[in-house]
Write a protein that binds this ligand. Structure first.
Ligand code: SAH
Length: 214
């Protein structure tokens, strides 16, 4: 698996133009297989998103790298993450040295992400709340960075309000079938938009789901 991970970093990330050494090192340190069900582990370093519970996905490693790079993290930021899923991206952010407040609408996934992170030894600088990410998490706002890992037509107003001036929000915006990954910097309250690439994420769904038993 370690060899496959090194190969993923060199082919899928460096090969496609991810340059930031800290991002490459961070992704190189996180065992993606540990976030998957045992039967899916052999595909852990495939160049694509993979299914996890609750009909959700673990993002493609390249997307995780692009989003992490686009946040331009120095290491002492507080990042609000929307859509913890199984916790893979959270682990990559923690490897970047930042503090993470993550929101997940599926209780079962939030629990799984928590278990995964603790099992891998991440025991500080993060919290995962079961919450509707379209509302953000006002209690700890404003944030240096916001990473939205689910697709929205436009930026939910509470998220924009909860971003610090000078901060960066990275998110896939667009239609349900395809979106554009955008990095938006808040400059004196205005939006400075950088369109990164076409992408396809699971939808950002408002509201909490019914209790699930996975
Ligand atoms: N970050 C993950 C991938 C997340 S997939 C990774 O590490 O690979 C997107 C996640 O967003 C799903 O788990 C989905 O349940 C969650 N999600 C969708 N809408 C949401 C909302 N309104 N609030 C919180 N989480 C949401």
């Amino acid at each position: 698996m370690e060899e496959q991970r090194r190969d993923m970093v060199s082919r899928q990330l460096i090969g496609r133009g991810i340059r930031c050494p800290r991002v490459l090192q961070a992704i190189g340190r996180v065992p993606r297989e540990e976030f998957l069900d045992p039967h899916a582990r052999c595909s852990a370093y495939a160049d694509r998103a993979l299914p996890i519970a609750c009909e959700q996905t673990i993002s493609q490693p390249y997307m995780v790298a692009l989003m992490t790079e686009a946040l331009a993290l120095g290491g002492c930021e507080t990042v609000l993450e929307i859509g913890a899923g199984c916790g893979y991206q959270t682990a990559v952010l923690l490897e970047m040295g930042v503090e993470v407040i993550s929101l997940e609408r599926h209780r079962a996934l939030a629990r799984r992400a928590q278990d995964n992170l603790l099992r891998l030894g991440y025991n500080r600088r993060w919290v995962i709340h079961v919450a509707d990410g379209t509302q953000g998490w006002p209690d700890a706002a404003p944030y240096d960075c916001i990473l939205l890992a689910a697709a929205a037509e436009t930026c939910p107003a509470p998220l924009w309000r909860q971003l610090k001036d000078g901060g960066i929000l990275v998110a896939p915006f667009g239609a349900r079938s395809q979106q554009t990954l955008c990095a938006i910097r808040k400059v004196d309250g205005a939006r400075q938009i950088d369109e990164i690439c076409a992408c396809r994420f699971v939808p950002l769904v408002a509201g909490l789901p019914f209790p699930d038993a996975v």
